[in-house]
Design a binder for this molecule. Structure first.
Ligand SMILES: Nc1nc2c(ncn2[C@@H]2O[C@H](COP(=O)(O)OP(=O)(O)OP(=O)(O)O)[C@@H](O)[C@H]2O)c(=O)[nH]1
Length: 525
């Protein structure tokens, strides 16, 4: 039973798909590799620049706080014997406020918390008892401090930097302090904020309690779930990738400010850092499309060239019984090794099959014992002669009293005699003549292009040769009887009728006493 048709992808599509697959994988791999490398570089560079920037700002802030502390220290020394001199206190706080722009307000507080002097004077705090956390801390500690942020008596969100005032005999008299308004302009804000708002990068500062004391818009908030803040307020500096309290993936550089215990963090969202790279990769992909299309066309053309000889060889094999199959296979351009091997294998296979078929044909057309044509072979040859418009003489031959040879010397000897007569026939006639064993001890010969007269001479010579030929193993000499006729392409008589006439002539020869040649009746004139 023929096997049911199964779909098989053809070689051309197979190579095409494979090539496209490999090209896509290679392309993705290349893009991915270059994207990963560049991404890594950009992330590392951004982390490093944020780290450097945070460190620089931490250093600047530290220097600023140190310098303002120094100024406060100088004032504290100046005022150590002037705590009762209202004019001196006023002059000193005014000088401190006006001489440079370090503080938003400057004040002197006595050791009992009473405000002795306050600048700017627009805020009437002189004489008021100050109970803020910063003031209480300063009086309690009696040393230079930078307070935690708090809301001042006049509702400003502030940080106070203060310096203790001691008398010459080391009595604590109070402190001189300056405030920074976290939500208003001051020099601290300028140091931190003026440079760094480009490319969505921003900076913030936390105090030691994780409270934002500088931030573009969240001052005062306490940040609890941010590992960078946890790290920086422990006194560390460095850079890290971190998801901030709002869930945004950030590249943060951070640095610690020892004098205040604050942490500076400069950061940039990863998505914005990589936005330019992403758009570059998109451009690369888009720019690659035309080349990719050209490559695909080239691959398609190559697959066509590769599969074409195989396809042609396959369809030639489907048409094996075609007359010109060998020429067809030979004309296929097998330009590469494997295709050529298949082509050569097909050609030699075809040759082998043809040889076998020819031999089988020959076997089916010849008599195995005498190697003369059998009746089928005779028929083929008659058709051939007719096709070629060849007239021919016909000689029908029969061995006389052959039965006696079989009876007296055995069947094998009979076979030998038949082979001997066949040999006499082969030796006496031309290659173009058709010699046939018609059956038993009967033979037929067709002599193309030989007229009846010449055929009669040849028949007579064969008869005489046979009569004179010695037989094997003491078998007595044998004779043959021959009947002749002629078939002409111009005559209306069929070949079968001519054969039958030769047969009749043979019978006539038998009847006339055997060992003779008789020409068919109607042909004798
Ligand atoms: N050895 C052998 N004998 C065969 C073969 N074919 C036919 N015969 C024998 O040939 C003999 C032919 O005899 P017949 O046709 O009666 O006539 P005959 O003895 O030749 O006598 P005439 O033809 O009348 O002269 C038969 O005995 C067949 O058995 C064969 O292939 N080999």
């Amino acid at each position: 039973m023929p096997s049911p048709f199964k779909f098989r992808v053809d070689l051309k599509r197979l190579i095409l798909l494979l090539s496209i697959f490999i090209a896509i994988i290679t392309f993705i791999n290349t893009i991915y590799a270059s994207y990963s490398v560049q991404r890594e570089i950009i992330i590392n560079n951004t982390l490093e620049s944020n780290r450097v920037y945070a460190a620089k700002l931490a250093y600047s802030t530290e220097q600023f706080l140190l310098s303002s502390q120094q100024q406060l220290a100088y004032s504290a020394k100046t005022l150590q014997d002037k705590m009762d001199d209202d004019a001196a206190l006023t002059a000193e706080t005014e000088r401190l406020l006006m001489q440079n722009n370090n503080f938003n307000s400057v004040f002197v507080v006595r050791n009992d918390g009473a405000m002795l002097s306050f600048h700017p004077t627009s805020i009437p705090l002189k004489g008021v008892k100050i109970r803020s956390a910063g003031s209480i801390e300063a009086i309690e500690l009696k040393k230079p401090i930078i307070s935690d942020p708090y809301v001042s008596a006049v509702n400003n969100y502030i940080i106070v930097q203060s310096y203790p005032i001691f008398s010459a005999d080391k009595r604590y008299l109070g402190y001189v302090g300056g405030s920074f308004y976290l939500e208003k302009e001051n020099i601290l804000n300028s140091i931190l904020g003026e440079h760094y708002h480009r490319d969505s990068s921003y900076l913030y500062v936390v105090d030691k309690h994780k409270r934002l004391i500088y931030h573009p818009n969240r001052v005062g908030e306490i940040i609890t779930n941010n590992s960078v803040i946890d790290t920086v307020i422990k006194g560390n500096s460095g850079a890290d990738r971190v998801v901030n309290s709002k869930g945004v993936d950030m590249l943060a550089g951070y640095a610690y400010i020892p004098i205040s215990g604050w942490g500076v963090v400069a950061q940039k969202p990863v998505s914005i850092t990589l936005a330019e790279l992403n758009s570059q990769i998109k451009k690369v992909i888009i720019n690659t499309v035309p080349l990719a299309i050209l490559t695909l066309i080239f691959i398609w053309f190559c697959t066509y060239l590769i599969s074409q000889p195989l396809g042609k060889l396959a369809s030639a094999v489907e048409d094996l019984d075609s007359h010109f199959i060998n020429d067809r296979i030979r004309s296929i351009r097998s330009w590469y090794f494997e295709a050529d091997r298949i082509k050569q294998a097909l050609l030699s296979g075809m040759n082998l099959v043809n040889q076998r078929i020819n031999k089988l044909n020959l076997d089916s057309l010849t008599d195995p014992m005498t190697k003369l044509y059998n009746r089928r072979g005779l028929k083929v040859m008659i058709t051939e002669l007719q096709k070629n418009h060849k007239s021919f003489s016909i000689i029908a031959i029969d061995i006389d009293h052959f039965k006696r040879i079989n009876d007296n010397f055995g069947h094998d000897m009979g076979d030998k005699v038949i082979q001997l007569v066949a040999k006499l026939m082969t030796d006496s006639f031309r290659g173009a003549d058709v010699l046939c064993r018609a059956g038993g001890e009967e033979f037929l010969m067709l002599l193309p292009g030989t007229d009846l007269k010449a055929a009669t001479v040849l028949a007579e010579r064969l008869r005489a040769n046979t009569e004179l030929s010695e037989m094997p193993d003491n078998v007595h000499n044998i004779t043959i009887s021959l009947g002749l006729s002629f078939w002409s392409v111009d005559s209306e008589v069929t070949v079968e009728e001519s054969l039958s006439l030769a047969d009749k002539a043979l019978y006539s020869a038998k009847n006339q006493g055997r060992n003779r040649v008789v020409v068919a009746d109607n042909l004798t004139n």
